[in-house]
Design a protein around this ligand. Sequence first.
Ligand code: ADE
Length: 250
Amino acid sequence: MRLDVVTIFPEYLEPLNVSLVGKARARGQLNVHVHELRTWAYDRHNTVDDTPYGGGPGMVMKTEPWGEALDSVLADGYETGSRAPALIVPTPSGRPFTQELAVELSGRPWLIFAPARYEGIDRRVTDEYAARMPVYEVSIGDYVLAGGEAAVLVVTEAVARLLPGVLGNAESHRDDSFAPGAMAGLLEGPVYTKPPLWRGRDIPDVLLSGHHGKIARWRRDEALKRTAANRPDLIERCDPKGLDKKDREM
Ligand code: ADE
């Protein structure tokens, strides 16, 4: 997968060099290019923003630098054989970024991120590229960040770990919280490891029983309890086909 990020803070994307995403890059599973937006600003001050039409507070990112930046990124990608780009625009006004959307994006060969600062990017930029490729306006939560760069890191990590061969164990995301399938979109319950006794706290007996059926049942019950406590909305929305009779008795 190819990833391009156009930003006025390239250094903000340095975490893409570490941990899971960094390793995926080193292994050639992810081909990441970070571009400085001001490269495509031509006045003396490298201006990328201006006052909003209609008045109001804050500044709006200008069409021309974004248009030239995206055209240049697209030309480079096509030249080197990438195809089927999608533009990702992080914004608190976007659709919620979910595990389902992460799965969808992980199936695309080329993602171009356009994180904005200030009040956002002039609408004509998204309109222009939406005529040529899928554009995803995504929000990572109901709060307002100072810019979209942190959202780029979030989306990239969620997508990268789904790419084939990136996680050591392909089964590790089968039981992820929010994953459809066995856990029916429930949150994961608590987990334990050695030692068996720590500061007077032991671990649930069932986990030491060696009884796989009972352990699976306990894990489901704990997942249901945690979901009911932290995200009752997920219980309301969960696919009833994913619940068994015992779940429904909980
Ligand atoms: N930019 C500012 N706030 C954001 C949010 N919540 N999600 C995505 N991008 C953002």
